[in-house]
Design a protein around this ligand. Structure first.
Ligand SMILES: Cc1cc2nc3c(=O)[nH]c(=O)nc-3n(C[C@H](O)[C@H](O)[C@H](O)COP(=O)(O)O)c2cc1C
Length: 185
């Protein structure tokens, strides 16, 4: 939380596609923030090298950038697609890098599943498992399934469905309230 009491939320998309639904959702979320919240959109997954421990403490610059973004955030909101029943490999690679940095330890996290009804659960289950290994703290009531059809996304790459937008706004308020209730960081 900043000196002014503002809550900083890092938005992390697990997709590398330009026309990504998950990316569109997080851009939408960034435009819907409630009072007292600042967001940063992280879209650097595709620029991370394949995980290795060979680098030791000398982390590659894109990894340092992610590490600093996570470290500077009061909470992290994920929006991640499912590929072949689980997390996209490139996104899991990013989380693997974060095991050693410790940046997620004690960090409040939440996720949006925007796949169709009854889809995407394999990715979410793995995300829960891996964020558990990272020591993150799940804000359970801020983790919601809001199916987003491509028809809900405008030519401006923003979600226009009012029901979905209301749910996203509520999630951000819940994240803010959780961080504030947890006390100063
Ligand atoms: C190779 C491939 C595998 C996929 N596997 C699954 C899957 O196992 N479960 C699922 O719900 N969706 C699956 N999908 C659908 C994607 O999750 C869906 O297209 C999603 O919108 C991609 O996210 P994005 O639009 O943010 O890039 C798959 C798509 C592709 C291209």
């Amino acid at each position: 939380v900043t000196a002014g009491g503002r809550v900083r939320v890092l938005l992390v998309s697990g997709s590398t596609r330009r026309a990504s639904t998950n990316g569109a959702v997080l851009r939408t979320v960034a435009g819907l923030v409630p009072d007292g919240v600042d967001t940063t959109l992280y879209a650097g997954i595709a620029g991370l090298p394949a995980f290795t421990t060979d680098a030791g403490d000398d982390l590659p610059p894109p990894v340092l950038e992610l590490s600093q973004a996570v470290s500077a955030a009061d909470a992290v909101l994920f929006c991640v697609p499912e590929y072949a029943g689980t997390l996209p490999g490139s996104f899991k690679n990013a989380l693997d890098w974060m095991v050693g940095t410790g940046d997620f330890y004690g960090k409040p996290v939440a996720w949006l599943n925007v796949a169709a009804a009854n889809r995407g659960e394999g990715a979410i289950a793995t995300l829960r498992l891996v964020t558990g290994y990272l020591g993150a703290v799940v804000i359970e009531h801020a983790c919601v399934h809001v199916p987003i059809d491509r028809a809900m996304i405008g030519s401006d790459a923003i979600v226009h469905d009012s029901g979905a937008r209301a749910q996203f706004g509520q999630v951000m308020s819940q994240i803010r309230d959780h961080v504030r209730a947890a006390g100063p960081s």
